[in-house]
Design a protein around this ligand. Structure first.
Ligand SMILES: [Zn+2]
Length: 394
């Protein structure tokens, strides 16, 4: 009898240790506007989350970053979410879009110039800030502590954890070149004077690559270019890691908004460092977004900015490409919630219910912790939400 009980116990333990197919968690983003008071009401937000929750159980809500003076909207939504067992995370920008509320030092390119700014999705132009200046980092923690810490948040979702991409040409990518960052590059073994003169003599060819494979990304031909982007990723990502640690020491869950793995090195995102310090990552795997962070959009900007660089293949933004990026993020050990865009705009985001269903299936097939429905659930067409229902794996 004892033997049978022991056998059953061992069998049970073995079964429970086996990797169970994970329950797909659904995370939604609620964009309330950037620092300004929002025009949405708590009832509208709650009503929409309720609609989604009936189609696909919602696990977390990322909401921000309006400066609602009496904090009522966050508290009211938070109370509702907590009554449903849903976590609420504050959406905060880190290295850009903070100059309205802080005295920050800007990021500069290798020649000390502030790169031009552009974001079609933002209500006004914003600039990127230096990833090394301790003041910039302290400011972000300070605004959380001063303004948001008593609103009922379970965590923080950090946006803009990067430098500028190719939206304004190569200048935004070749940074930050301020004295603080130049020192950090030197500590990583990269002499910025040499990088500058190499780029000035080689031009676009400085960026030429000898290979691309989805698992390891682009392989630079010029060893100095390879060293520069490796060091840049270390510098930017170590700063992000320090902020993650500070927030987590406040007992907050931390999520990160990331570029897709193939573009991440250009904006300073080292997945190995970042995933070791965050609770979860959300790579923006947008195939139909013709604005910053859209995968095809960003890649075409790279190719247009560097007509003289060789080795960059044409990349079709089909479901195979989506799968290649999902495969590339699979090796990292933290919560993985790929972001799929559900917003719709005829020109900027021509998504469809079929696109939503196809992308959702690809994400589910990878068995990660969940998915982020991006980037503003309040503006998603109902037809796109219905498409979440029709996924074959539901
Ligand atoms: Zn700097």
């Amino acid at each position: 009898m004892k033997k049978i009980a022991l056998f059953l116990f061992v069998l049970l333990a073995l079964v429970s240790c086996q990797k169970q197919p994970k329950q797909s968690g659904c995370v939604v983003q609620v964009a309330l506007g950037h620092w300004v008071p929002t025009h949405y009401t708590a009832e509208q937000i709650i009503g929409r989350i309720d609609t989604v929750n009936q189609i696909m159980p919602v696990e977390k809500v990322i909401i921000g970053w309006t400066l609602d003076v009496d904090k009522k909207i966050y508290r009211q939504v938070g109370e509702y979410l907590h009554s449903k067992g849903i976590r609420m995370l504050l959406w905060l920008p880190l290295f850009a879009e903070t100059e309205q509320v802080f005295d920050n030092s800007p990021a500069v390119d290798l020649w000390g110039r502030t790169p031009a700014n552009y974001d079609s999705a933002a209500s006004n132009a914003f600039r990127f800030n230096c990833p090394s200046d301790p003041k910039n980092i302290a400011n972000l923690l300070d605004i959380y502590d001063r303004v948001f810490s008593d609103c009922g948040f379970d965590g923080v979702f950090l946006d803009r954890v990067r430098t500028q991409s190719f939206v304004c040409g190569v200048s935004g990518v070749l940074g930050c070149g301020c004295p603080l960052c130049v020192e950090r590059f030197a500590a990583e073994g990269v002499d910025i004077q040499k990088v500058k003169s190499e780029f000035e003599s080689q031009g676009d060819a400085f960026f030429s690559v000898s290979a691309y494979n989805p698992a390891d990304g682009f392989v630079f031909e010029n060893p100095l270019a390879a060293a520069f982007f490796k060091a840049k990723s270390h510098i930017v990502s170590s700063s992000v890691a320090a902020i993650c640690d500070s927030l987590r020491s406040r007992n907050l869950e931390v999520g990160l908004d990331l570029y897709a793995p193939f573009m991440a090195p250009f904006v300073g995102q080292d997945y190995s460092i970042l995933t070791a310090h965050a609770d979860f990552i959300k790579p923006m795997l947008y195939r139909k977004t013709f604005a910053p962070a859209g995968m095809g959009y960003e890649y075409e900007l790279l190719r247009k900015s560097l007509p003289g660089a060789t080795g960059y293949p044409a990349l079709e933004m089909d479901v195979d490409f989506l799968n290649s990026q999902l495969d590339a993020m699979a090796r990292y050990d933290c919560g993985k919630y790929p972001g799929i865009e559900l917003n719709y705009d005829k020109e900027l985001v021509p998504t469809s219910p079929e696109y939503v269903a196809e992308s959702l299936k690809a994400v589910k097939d990878h068995g990660f912790e969940g998915i982020v429905l991006s980037w503003n659930i309040l503006e998603v067409p109902l037809s796109h939400l219905e498409a979440l229902r029709s996924s074959p794996n539901q």
